[in-house]
Design a protein around this ligand. Structure first.
Ligand SMILES: *Cc1c(COP(=O)(O)O)cnc(C)c1O
Length: 491
């Protein structure tokens, strides 16, 4: 399989090269030269384990790795670190609604599904490319990505991770998760500034040729674990296959019957993986894109204009507080008939003017597969309470956005899968408040209160944080992030 850049059709890279590089040299995103198709009936009939299913789906994209190498990578990612045998289990709420739980990995959020596999793909990719420098993964995080990257890359040979987060811009438990991170090759630094400052700082480090040269002399090279990497996207396609087959095998749907999926969306990675699954042959009708108060995608899907000239709201679903959904570029490229020049020009317009509009044809192509909706802060909190009262099922603030949007989206008769992206115990304060209980400033007290009230249990990885030792406590001014990097690397 050849990989192309969204901004220049001339590219033809192997999958391991696209994944190891992360971003194409022309600034575009890599995507597969064609979308492979699988026979869903055959795939489901075999009742495969998650790892075997992952192999069937992923070898269609990553055959350059070689069958055995790919199998080893998949085994390394999923055979031990998820606390559910199905890895991404389906939970039935009623005859119409099913939840796909994506948070059974080590950090209790869905980013584990991709970030448990990506390090293996990068390590093997480097071997194939004959690169022997150490890969330094730089991450700017508003919470979930940072922890999932630290967990995924910890003690992976030939790599190290440095994670920057805004001092006052992550949830308390997320900060504890990062600062207690184990592993010999992991570093965490908080930044005196907001998420934008942090992300800008990381981008500046990445693009400074003096830094690149200095690191080269230290035997290191930068890479990114951000969701613009196709290696983050393809592992997510697998769970849409798994979800569909689980429903078929449980007798909930007939093979071939269409289902809809509702996906709480920020950077458009998760829902785009669903679109790939649909194109590969999973009978998905509509992909319903659920946004929080930052409803730029809802507007885009209805008007065809993407307009980032607005204020970013801080919400109770912080992992979806995003104005530039980078993965949308891949969908644009497809909707424009794989026209790299037009895609490039839209992206340049977005950078310069903060907005662009799509022509009617491309809009219609997107609307055949996608529908959008959003939840206000109030809607989100109400949804947590309603879902709990109705189904005795506890959802986090991100999943609640999907429930609220699903409620507002008229049914077309298809059964729905609501994609659940985080365990509710990652955001215990907000969830408690939604249930009408006063929350404490101390999240460990909130966890206890939530356990008592709902008679459910926090995952071990979260409750164990109470005893965990702080291992990282460096803080950097926002214009001193590079200095902080050299300091931790020398330690
Ligand atoms: C990252 C994240 C999202 C958004 O996913 P995208 O792939 O960026 O659209 C939603 N919920 C949670 C809990 C997340 O961590």
């Amino acid at each position: 399989m050849k990989y192309l850049s969204t901004r220049g059709n001339a590219y033809a890279e192997k999958s391991y090269s696209a994944i190891t590089k992360g971003l194409a040299d022309d600034g575009g995103l890599f995507l597969p030269g064609e979308i492979p198709e699988l026979d869903i009936e055959e795939v489901c009939a075999e009742n495969l384990s998650y790892t075997d299913l992952a192999h069937v789906v992923l070898k269609a994209y990553l055959s350059d790795y070689g069958e055995d190498t790919l199998k080893e990578c998949i085994k390394g990612a999923y055979s031990k670190s998820f606390n559910n045998k199905k890895v991404t289990p389906i939970v039935k709420l009623d005859n119409q609604n099913y939840v796909l739980e994506l948070w059974h990995g080590p950090t209790a959020a869905f980013k584990d599904v991709a970030l448990q596999l990506l390090p293996h793909l990068i390590v093997e990719g480097k071997k194939k490319l004959g690169l022997d420098e150490e890969t330094l993964i730089l991450v700017a995080t508003s919470g979930d990505t940072g922890k999932a990257a630290l967990e995924g890359f910890k003690d992976v040979k030939g790599t190290s991770v440095l994670c920057f987060y805004p001092k006052d811009g992550v949830a308390p438990l997320q900060e504890i998760q990062m600062n207690t991170q184990q592993g010999e090759n992991v570093h965490v630094v908080s930044v005196e500034g907001n998420f934008d400052d942090t992300q800008t700082g990381v981008k500046n480090i990445f693009s400074d040729s003096a830094n690149i040269e200095k690191l080269r002399q230290m035997g290191k090279a930068f890479s990114s674990a951000n969701s613009i990497n196709f290696g983050r996207l393809c592992p997510q396609i697998v769970y849409y296959f798994s979800a569909y087959c689980q429903l078929v095998l449980a007798g909930e749907i007939a093979i071939g019957e269409q289902i809809d999926v509702v996906v709480p969306t920020g950077n458009f990675g998760n829902i785009l993986a669903g679109w790939y699954a649909k194109k590969m042959g999973v009978p998905i009708g509509k992909l319903i894109c659920a946004s929080n108060k930052n409803n730029i995608l809802t507007e885009f899907l209805s008007s065809g204009t993407y307009d980032a000239n607005r204020e970013l709201h801080k919400t109770v679903s912080p992992s979806m507080d995003i104005l530039i959904s980078s993965n949308l570029e891949r969908l644009l490229f497809e909707a424009l008939g794989r026209n790299a020049l037009e895609t490039k020009s839209l992206m340049e317009q977005l950078k310069k003017e903060g907005r662009y509009s799509l022509e009617a044809d491309a809009q219609n192509r997107i609307r055949m597969d996608f529908e959008g909706g959003y939840a206000s802060e109030d809607d989100t909190m109400k949804a947590i309470k309603e879902v709990w009262d109705k189904y005795n099922y506890l959802v986090d603030t991100h999943t609640a956005v999907a429930f609220s949007v699903s409620e507002k989206t008229p049914s077309n008769g298809n059964k729905r899968i609501l994609v659940s992206t985080a365990n509710p115990y990652k955001f215990p304060g907000s969830v408690l408040r939604a249930l009408g209980i006063e929350a404490d400033a101390d999240d460990f007290k909130n966890i206890e209160a939530l356990e008592n009230f709902t008679d459910t249990k926090a995952p071990r990885s979260i409750s164990a944080l109470k005893q965990a030792k702080t291992r990282h406590n460096m803080t950097a001014a926002k214009d001193k992030m590079a200095e902080a990097m050299y300091k931790v690397l020398k330690k």
